[in-house]
Ligand binder design. Sequence first.
Ligand SMILES: [Zn+2]
Length: 588
Amino acid sequence: MAEAGSFADKVKQQADIVRVVGEYVRLKKTGKDFSGLCPFHQEKTPSFTVSPIKQIFYCFGCGKGGDVYNFVMDMEKCEFPEAVKVVAEKCGIAIPRQKERSPEERKENQQRSVLVEMHREAQTFFVKQLEGTPEGKAALAYLEDRGLDKDAITRFGIGYAPSGGDLLLRHLKPKYSDKLLVDSGLVSRDQSAGRLFDRFRRRITFPISNESGKIVAFGARALGDDMPKYLNSPETPIYSKSNVLYHMDRAKEALRRQDFAILVEGYMDAIAVARAGISNVVASCGTSLAEPQIKLLGRFTRRVIVNYDPDTAGQAATERSLSLLLEHDFEVRVLALPPVGNKKADPDLFIREKGADDYLKLLKEAPPYVDYLIARARQMDLTTGEGKQRALNFLLPYIQKIPSGILRSEWATRVAQQLRIDEPLLRSALTKAAKERRSEIKRQPELLGRAAKPVERRLIRMLAEAQGFRQELAKELQNARLYHGLETEKIFAALVIASLSGQPLQAAEVGAALEERDRRLLFEILFEEANEPTWEEAMSCIEALQHRHAERELADVQRSIEANPGAPELRGLLEKKQELMRRLAAAR
Ligand SMILES: [Zn+2]
């Protein structure tokens, strides 16, 4: 992130993380470090710590951690360049004028700001159409029918795209070139005649903003029976649908305060929920969630209640989104709304018919995703063995994704009871699936990090801060390949590389390159109480690792011997065993 010698790097060197964080969090000195109540999750006793020596922060509660920039990015909900600016300003460091960009970059930036401006103008145009034309008034009546009053219409910037076919085009044409108009997605070009016309016609328009609140696209709902019912802006230089969550710009604060998000499908749903006074709602505006959207959401909270439509598409979308959310370590609950009368209810319909209080009540009771999935599996035919197998196959991939072994085991018992499946059978299926998963390329490490042995923790700490000998230690570890196969292997690998460089450790950057669990473990270790490390201690830790390494090898050899008692290589194996046992005995 902050490249050596860059302005960001200079600011980081001069900035004091304790001072910057202290502007947001009341910090108390505890030993070498400072602690306070975490601003990223609700807590009553401090688990948020800041180290002035390492210039990093870490929360033992929610796992957030990093350097001063990570903190400001999370706090201010901004990107890296913005965070550098904020920190520089707080520390009274003059910000240099922006470097001249390449001509292409400049052109692209310019184009983007022109497109944003064009969307602003289109928004004004759509709103005026709704209020001031006969056609718009008819649309207004339709909206009122759907329970949207004047307040809501203003609040969410709802407008109307007239049926004329080129009214917006004529409005924008004097100011913008044909190419820009087409690039904006607001105007389309007739393929055969090459003529331009409005993309949205006879539709209610909903402005879609990016997270900083700039309108970058529109969603539009047909007024009559026109197809498609919903039509959105295409992908443009300023809009990619997988990067944007509808209502995110307004939900940010509430997401952080309440530390959970309600995820709905469409803008009408998000509007209905927000109007019910629940502002931590966002819509994926597509049938399922995309990875960049999850990353965006993850900057604000890792707890989600999924409330998609109850139809088949909605169910499929729920299940796809579940997988993705679980893979990204989200805590997920699912709200499946009961039908209203004989109609399947999306959030919009439900709130309109039943009211906000009923919705809130159901929201609070929304079950963890596994309960939802068990309920879904129980709808399958469980009277035959085949049916049970199908139900099990449906559930297994999700259960596999539960990070904690204890929880996974509890769920296994519940699934067995509820689906009336023999429990040992289920467990063996789980184990088998787990083995297959491990061989997949995209390996999800289980929650093993916490089990890191004291010796590993100690060595990690030394690699991070033993100024006198961390380079030497890194060489030792690398030569003997002692950390290979350990649960902490990736942390070691990253630290060894960093230590060999001879530069002081940039903990936040090493952490950023690691997977979430490893990053958390690294930060936990860095904040543990510890004595000054010595080279002698380092050597005894290495010996302990060698010992464990030999034990593992011995166990492997023993297994091979037992597996093929008659094998020709038995002699070699036995010799190896003797030699390992000698080594282990000598070490005692
Ligand atoms: Zn926290």
